[in-house]
Design a protein around this ligand. Structure first.
Ligand code: NAD
Length: 297
């Protein structure tokens, strides 16, 4: 199958990164979002990230211009996917919203178009079941920040065809990524392993075993992790961590995945991490400099 036109649904954190890597590799990209301001912001972010690549000597000014020329934007799903060979959905992580979007994609995308989701935790099998083409539905889970991170976790739903898996695997390599195929069970592999570690770090804080800095330092220096689990949770978003833990807890029915009450409380209090200005650390406006917010209160 010859993939030339790629539509990306959702122009947030992940959508702009996904559009960036496809466009830089030479694909024609249509970036779709219901929110026109988000689309403008996404193009600004892509342009800024391309500038950084130019200043590092990774790209030329000409390649930057070609990449931007490869991207158009649209606020309508139906128009935005009319010529797509592949759709990568990266809209808000909400099951009902994704089911609705996939019904629309199935109705509007050409026959044979592959429908991929970048979901962190929602079942690909469930998403595929609302379409009339479940064999063409697959998980294509990029990591944040997309232009930098090498992994694409590919998730085979119950009905995903072998051919579609091969196409998406080869395509991921073409993007300069390293694909890894897993089956469709709660949390796939990345979050099934990452989230219990983050939850355990939060429990360690909650039970007073150590403070924020101590927990992160032990994991950074002791395990050679580039970032401690509490700082990583702040960057992922504490609301996102909580919702993924709930998917694991509900999906497996095993108490070991129960979210730490401190995480639940912080989300209820609106402390969502870097995006809200405070999580386990405090983030000063416009800067990613961390100021430790003090220990568990
Ligand atoms: P985000 O909140 O930054 O962006 C979501 C975008 O979707 C918003 O711009 C919103 O306007 C748009 N949207 C909402 N409804 C829409 C609709 N009906 N049609 C088109 N656009 C719509 O979210 P994000 O962090 O980019 O996450 C997107 C997806 O990627 C989620 O499924 C998430 O689980 C997954 N993911 C996120 C990360 C991460 O670190 N943020 C990593 C891997 C995967």
């Amino acid at each position: 199958m010859d993939i030339k036109n790629v539509s990306v649904i959702g122009a947030g954190t992940m959508g702009n990164g996904i559009a960036h890597v496809f466009a830089q590799t030479g694909f024609k990209v249509t970036l779709v979002d219901v929110n026109a301001t988000q689309l403008e912001k996404a193009i600004g972010t892509i342009s800024k990230n391309l500038d950084r690549q130019v200043s590092k000597g990774v790209l030329t000014e000409e390649q930057k211009a070609t990449t931007l020329n490869n991207i158009t934007t649209n606020t309508s799903i139906a128009d935005g996917v009319a010529n797509a060979n592949l759709v990568v959905e990266a809209a808000t992580e909400n099951v009902n919203l994704k089911l609705e979007i996939f019904k629309q994609l199935d109705a509007a995308a050409p026959t044979g178009c592959i429908l991929a989701s970048n979901t962190s935790s929602i079942s690909i099998t469930k998403i595929a079941a609302v379409t009339k083409r479940p064999e063409l539905v697959i998980g294509m889970h990029f990591m944040n920040p997309v232009p930098v991170m090498k992994l694409v976790e590919i998730i085979n739903g119950y009905a995903t065809s072998k051919e579609v898996n091969v196409i998406i695997t080869e395509l991921s390599k073409q993007l300069g990524k390293v694909p890894c195929t897993v089956n469709d069970y709660p949390g796939f592999i990345a979050n099934r392993i990452l989230m219990p570690m983050i939850n355990e770090a939060i429990y360690s804080l909650f039970e007073g075993v150590a403070g924020v800095e101590e927990i992160d330092t032990v994991m950074k220096l002791g395990m050679a992790h580039p970032m401690g689990p509490l700082q990583l949770a702040d960057f992922i978003g504490l609301d996102v961590c909580l919702s993924i833990l709930k998917v694991l807890h509900d999906g497996f029915g095993n108490p070991k995945y129960a979210p730490c009450p401190l995480l639940t409380n912080m989300v209820m209090a609106g402390k969502l991490g870097a995006k809200s200005g405070e999580g386990f650390y405090v983030y000063t406006a416009g800067s990613k400099e961390l100021v430790v917010s003090g220990s568990f209160k």
